[in-house]
Write a protein that binds this ligand. Structure first.
Ligand code: SAH
Ligand code: SF4
Length: 356
């Protein structure tokens, strides 16, 4: 029998399910409240469950018809400054994914994974170096948000922002990510504001066009990293499938259709993409776009020999982009001591395991 997860369901789907099982629509509200608002790991512990709903839930979980996505923590690390916490969460098939909780200026953000591994193979990325295992279901994405919410609640803190910048390529798992976001932003559930959600893509052009067409109310980040197809394909193999001209055309279309700014990410790699010449070319490439550039110093990974840009190079790059009229920020190297880069905790754990 195929077991389905109650965490995969949107509110409307949950209501339709319970009604089809002979329960009342009101029961859907109670169950949704227990699972999605209170983040209960065992909804049967909820005293508000009416007897018919309790009986149905007990029966369907016991029979294996329905299950919950509660992901046990297989390891947890905190940065020395205590502001970043990274958890490795275990999926039912023993795959492990990372969820990171960051808290700066009292604004708490969770960094969510969308796939176990990633098929895109960016050479500098620890997740890309692992290869692709599988897509996550909506419930496995939602469960990471519940994890972050529970961890923060223990510290009397509230989760406000979500970034889809963990393991995997969100637009390669488009449907599951959008269903998860319908669940996560539901106002009587987790209730994260859509404007507090950012989706980062390596540049999956059909996904960007779909976001524009569907006018999804989330922020979009595009990982650019280079200004020519030759340079970009060398570090981002997905560029061979969706070259820069197609990517930038899709970004222009997205700007025009949605009226939303795009946040371009630029991972700064010493000698590879951090010269003043590169900065000038980025400014030319982005001409006419409503764009913000986010500079991210490379986190070193075992599978890539590149190192991060020197501080002076990063500052000069930053200045040149600003002088060209684009908003630009350098992301602080925060939480670096917890292997901050995406996929790095799982990669580190694996290499420790493999060590003689
Ligand atoms: N797949 C999506 C989202 C996950 S990666 C994407 O690529 O956009 C999130 C961001 O981390 C991307 O901008 C990616 O280029 C960057 N990144 C990956 N590995 C990194 C590393 N070792 N150092 C710095 N940034 C890295
Ligand atoms: Fe995948 Fe993003 Fe890593 Fe590239 S940077 S391999 S797209 S997770």
């Amino acid at each position: 029998m195929n077991t389905h997860s109650l965490h995969d369901l949107t509110f409307d789907q949950m209501k339709a399910l319970l009604v089809s099982e002979g329960l009342r629509p009101l029961h859907a509200k109670t169950l949704w409240n227990a699972l999605q608002y209170h983040s209960l790991t065992d909804p049967l512990s909820c005293i508000e469950l009416a007897p018919p709903l309790r009986r149905w839930l007990e029966g369907s979980v016991k029979s294996g018809m329905w299950k919950l996505d509660v992901l046990p923590v297989s390891s947890d690390v905190r940065s020395n400054d205590g502001l970043t916490q990274k958890s490795l969460l275990k999926l039912a098939d023993n795959q492990e994914i990372e969820t990171v909780i960051m808290g700066y200026n009292n604004r708490h953000t969770a960094c969510i994974s969308t796939q176990a591994g990633c098929a895109m193979g960016c050479v500098f990325c620890a997740t890309g170096q692992m290869g692709f295992s599988r897509h996550l279901r909506p419930g496995e994405i939602v469960a990471q948000v519940h994890h972050a919410k529970r961890v923060l609640a223990e510290q009397q803190k509230r989760l406000r922002n979500l970034v889809f910048m963990g393991m995997g390529e969100p637009l390669h798992n488009y449907d599951a990510v959008m269903t998860a976001l319908d669940i996560i932003t539901h106002t009587s559930g987790i209730n994260i504001g859509p404007s507090k959600v950012s989706i980062s893509t390596v540049g999956v052009v059909p996904g960007i066009l779909r976001l524009a067409k569907e006018k999804r109310p989330y922020n979009l980040a595009v990982s650019l990293h280079a200004t020519t197809d030759e340079e970009r394909s060398a570090i981002v193999p997905a560029n061979q499938r969706w070259p820069l001209s197609d990517l930038l055309a899709a970004c222009r279309h997205y700007n025009a259709q949605t009226g939303r700014r795009i946040f371009f990410a630029w991972t700064m790699i010493h000698g590879v993409n951090d010269t003043p010449d590169h900065a000038k070319r980025v400014a030319e490439l982005l001409r006419g776009l409503d764009a913000h550039l986010n500079l991210i110093p490379l986190n070193r990974t075992t599978g890539y020999e590149g190192i991060e840009s020197a501080e002076e190079a990063a500052n000069e790059f930053h200045q040149l982009i600003q002088d060209a009229g684009y908003p630009c920020t350098i992301r602080q190297r925060r939480g670096i001591d917890v292997a901050a880069g995406c996929g790095q905790l799982r990669a580190e754990k694996k290499s420790r395991r493999q060590a003689p």
